[in-house]
Design a protein around this ligand. Sequence first.
Ligand SMILES: [Zn+2]
Ligand SMILES: [Zn+2]
Length: 128
Amino acid sequence: MPIPLDPRKKPTDIKVRVSTGAGVDIVWADHHSSHYDFAYLRGQCPCAMCDDERRKKKDLAAHAASGPGAVLPLFKPRPTARAAKAVGNYALQIDFSDGHTTGIYSYDYLRTICPCQECAKAFRSYAG
Ligand SMILES: [Zn+2]
Ligand SMILES: [Zn+2]
């Protein structure tokens, strides 16, 4: 995968705070900085398995909304990270506390999921 040319998707500083559990901080080439906590990243995991799971949850939610009786959500502890490492120079791989290790977050993807409002507008307003 080539390094993205868009400065908004090019990280200049990456801090992964595994020991404190504080999450990931990235400063981008356009001077924007992003903060992600591990629970958020876990929920946004781009691997095929999680993608599938998110789709199923959406279906389930649609069913629950149309029928009587709500499905009680199972209690799950907030995931944190046990380890993280860079993959080449284009992505970050995170080893989560729930044993999930297949999530590889490209910087391109990370910028599009930046939780701030500005990025939500820039990258996630599909409605136009
Ligand atoms: Zn995953
Ligand atoms: Zn942002």
